[in-house]
Design a protein around this ligand. Structure first.
Ligand code: ADP
Ligand code: MG
Length: 601
């Protein structure tokens, strides 16, 4: 019993602790203080005004029922009774307006922080599927900030009302007080139990929903229509539909029945409670000549006591529910930024710089298989390296490690003899101009899409557009570089074709000139000739730069100084095209197979 009590106390502590953590997101914003002042004033006002309005009519009745007529008292009571609601209304209009204003400012700040966190966390962490799930739950916890604040400030209102009501009622009869408190707690316990069983019904409900979705999809999608007719399947599908629907009906009725349980008990509890209260009050008026106004006051105070107590307890249950989510949010916001917190050396990449992979192995988080195994390679500052190999060989993984999106599991990567982790991550990453296979388009103007800044150099952009054969596209557009990408956002915008998108991605890499260019199969969707064309153009544009060209086709190898053949996460062969071809290994085999294919074509 004692242990159980201790656990309850520590649970409560934890719930309030989590609520406070959530409020810290509000507190951390510039308008946070204002918000709390408004919210606090609102709680006090919402406690006091109803109490005053509950009491005054009773006092007025008492004054009126006295022998001598007290004009002054009557006028004061009446005045307050009439004016207070109007005053209350205007105060609330003012407070709600102010609260809406600061709430939106605070929300903006919180959102920006959250999205910034997402966009700057280690890519390695970001890509982890567990983290993705965690992220959406954290976002939902964050959206509960306002409910938590409402509940906590609601507590202030409820506590003030509760204390006042208890004080007044205990003058009359503490026994009745205990009765109301006892019944309210009983109601909350029943409600909590029922909530729990409703939760399991909810889970069963979503399982049924999923099955329902499946059946109705088959019933009425064109893909199924042919087979349904030819295999005569309507009965099979309709029987399943009927079965699922019947289960759903049963569940709904069950839900309704369970949901009503607390209210059923409650109506009975209320009946008993009211019998006691009325008998007692009538007895007091008749036998002990209690003023008739007090009868009215006590009656409304008992009503209030019951209402506030139940409200208080159910708010607490809600808070406990939210608290579960907050733990997750906290873990999420504390995810380490390993890469961003590391090193502060300035990378100096110039002629003669060397990047070296030394015994580098890598496993993806949660995987037992090495995506890269014992990779050793050096890349010079003016070298064109071509990485070839079948799908899944580890080529893109190599690029991710090189660009520091991931860190090696074993071994190190060095730039000019220093571990790349020792360099400032942002500066290190800016050495690269990558074009990935899954390059993206940004929903900005076409100019920003390439320059990645609103403040771009038009001459430089013109030059690059010509190099990438995009100048004719721009010339066709009335708004030029200001044309929005995607008609979805602006009906006058453009939808670049697949090939144009590719060129835009390449132009982006060229505009944001880095020291090291990377093409990781951005042209995989093109036919080999078109791919070769693009690689060659690209090669001509970056003559004295370092470039890494990744492909599983071999047409680009003629452009490269060195070729690395990746296979099963390892560099199987390395050298110039001529050396490798002469060797008669995997490379020769791959090359001949592809060459044969083109010849046959
Ligand atoms: P390539 O670019 O040569 O086609 P990748 O480097 O993309 O190959 O993939 C190498 C291996 O790592 C593959 O077996 C692939 O399934 C696995 N892999 C790639 N990305 C991930 C990831 N994010 N999580 C887990 N495994 C991955
Ligand atoms: Mg790849």
């Amino acid at each position: 019993m004692k242990n159980k009590l201790l656990k309850t106390v520590s649970d409560c502590k934890n719930i309030f602790f989590n609520a406070k953590l959530l409020l810290n997101y509000i507190k951390g914003e510039k308008s946070g203080k204002k918000y709390f002042v408004y919210k606090f004033s609102q709680s006090i006002i919402s406690a006091l005004i109803p109490l005053i309005l509950m009491t005054l009519p009773g006092l007025l009745i008492n004054t009126l029922s006295r022998e001598e007529f007290a004009l002054y008292e009557c006028v004061v009571y009446l005045g307050i009774i009439l004016v207070l609601p109007v005053l209350n209304y205007f105060i609330n209009v003012f407070l709600n307006y102010q609260l809406k204003k600061v709430t939106q400012q605070i929300e903006l700040g919180i959102d920006i922080n959250f999205y910034k966190h997402i966009m700057t966390m280690d890519y390695e962490v970001y890509e982890n599927p567990d983290i993705q799930i965690n992220k959406s739950r954290s976002l939902s916890a964050l959206s509960k900030v306002w409910s938590v604040s409402d509940i906590l400030f609601g507590f202030i209102t409820q506590i003030i009302s509760l204390l006042t009501v208890i004080l007044v009622i205990s003058f009359l009869n503490p026994v009745l007080l205990i009765l109301v408190v006892f019944f309210s707690i009983l109601f909350s316990i029943i409600k909590k139990k029922v909530n729990k069983s409703l939760f399991t019904l909810d889970q069963k409900g979503s399982e049924i929903d999923r099955r329902m979705w499946g059946v109705t999809y088959m019933l009425d999608q064109q893909d199924y229509a042919k087979e349904i007719r030819l295999f005569n399947m309507p009965d099979l599908l309709l029987n399943e539909y009927k079965r699922v629907k019947e289960e759903s009906i049963d569940l709904n009725m069950d839900y309704l029945k369970k949901q009503n349980v607390p209210n059923n008990y409650n109506s009975f509890l209320e009946l008993v409670q009211n019998i006691f209260i009325y008998i007692y009050l009538v007895f007091n008026v008749v036998k002990k000549s209690m003023p008739i106004g007090n009868f009215a006051i006590y009656l409304s105070y008992y009503g209030k006591l019951e209402g506030v107590l139940k409200g208080f307890l159910s708010s607490f249950l809600e808070l406990a529910q939210i608290s579960l989510n907050v733990d997750e949010l906290n873990q999420f916001m504390k995810l380490p930024k390993k890469i961003h917190d590391s090193g502060n050396l300035h990378p100096n990449y110039s002629k003669g710089s060397i990047i070296e992979f030394r015994n580098v192995s890598f496993k993806y988080p949660g995987s037992d298989i090495y995506a890269l195994k014992n990779v050793n390679i050096s890349i010079d500052s003016n070298e064109k390296l071509c990485i070839v190999g079948p799908n899944g060989a580890g080529k893109s993984t190599f690029i991710k490690l090189l660009t520091r999106l991931y860190s090696p599991t074993e071994g190190i990567i060095l730039l000019n003899g220093r571990n790349i982790a020792e360099y400032d991550a942002e500066e290190y990453m800016r050495l690269f101009s990558p074009v990935f296979q899954d390059f993206v388009k940004y929903y900005f103007s076409i100019g920003i899409n390439i320059a990645l800044t609103a403040d771009y150099d038009v001459n430089k952009l013109d030059r690059i557009m010509r190099q990438c054969h995009l100048d004719s596209l721009i010339q066709k557009l009335p708004k030029g570089y200001d044309t929005q990408v995607s008609k979805w956002i602006d009906p006058e915008g453009i939808e670049p074709s697949g090939g144009e998108n590719q060129r835009i991605a390449i132009a982006r890499a060229l505009y944001n000139e880095g020291k090291i260019y990377i093409l990781d199969e951005p042209t995989a969707a093109l036919d080999p000739n078109a791919e070769y064309e693009i690689y060659m153009q690209f090669n001509n544009m970056i003559i004295d730069k370092c470039a890494i060209l990744v492909t599983h086709r071999l047409s680009a190898v003629q452009l490269a100084d060195k070729v690395a053949v990746f296979n099963n996460g390892q560099i199987a062969e390395y050298g110039t095209h001529a050396e490798l071809y002469a060797k008669g290994g995997i490379y020769t085999e791959m090359f001949d197979k592809q060459a044969q294919f083109y010849r046959n074509e």
